[in-house]
Design a protein around this ligand. Sequence first.
Ligand code: SF4
Length: 283
Amino acid sequence: MTTLDAPAGDAPAFEVPTSMSPSRVESFTSCPMAFRFANIERVGDPPTVHTTRGSLVHRALELGYLLPPERRTPAGFTGAVDRAIAEYRSMPDFTLLGFGDDEAAGFFAACHRLVANYLRMEDPQQIRPIGLELRLSAQVGDLSLRGIIDRLELRDGGLVVTDYKTGRPPSSNWELRSLAGVHFYAFLCQQVFGQLPVAVRLLYLSSGEIIEAVPSEQSARFVVSRTAAVWRAVEKACTSGTFTPRPGALCASCRYQRWCPAFGGDPDRAHLEAPVAFGLAAA
Ligand code: SF4
């Protein structure tokens, strides 16, 4: 990790990132200390069952939508899942999970089930995708906003942003916050294509729930102001070297807990110990 020179005796200062994405905004607002480990020091982000299942299912849906419309059938998508599984079998995202044969079979079956659920939510032959895993970026002042849209499609001449979710759907209290990422993508579409999407959608594959909203100029402005505010807080934390832990529900599954001061850990040891602890480097 590159650190900036700091006066002797001061807390170390970190290089300020020049880009923000929805996941970075979410990560910093959830816990600045976890954000430091993951996004500033990049001490490693070992795969979990949840993250690998999510990325494999996203890949399967991408492969399914690369088929011509008439082949986007249940059999076509089953084949797409099988292809995604074949790709993942040798990838660290999967091998680091350390599954035995039975666990791997159960894991792959769960991926198939999520895609089967998806096919009950919409008819892929009726969708007109114009972008899959689409990378967009836009400059706002000194800050670059970036995002990867799972699927961008045309509906009655307007753009529609669709984001697949493989985790649990949010409670009604968190529904608005869960839409922040797709509103961010809508803003990027407006900057890149010159038009605001007519809809943004979250598809929760485990429950079959669809959350849809209509972006507006106001929601686009909110994306910019919220992202800029979070970035200023990131900048301040990087400059001062102070990333405050925010203990909460996420701690139970936080992979950085052993280095977190809220749990008696030393954050400055994370970059030294994490590669070995996570199995990402030889001991
Ligand atoms: S253990 Fe909790 S407070 Fe500490 S870094 Fe992880 S999420 Fe943040």
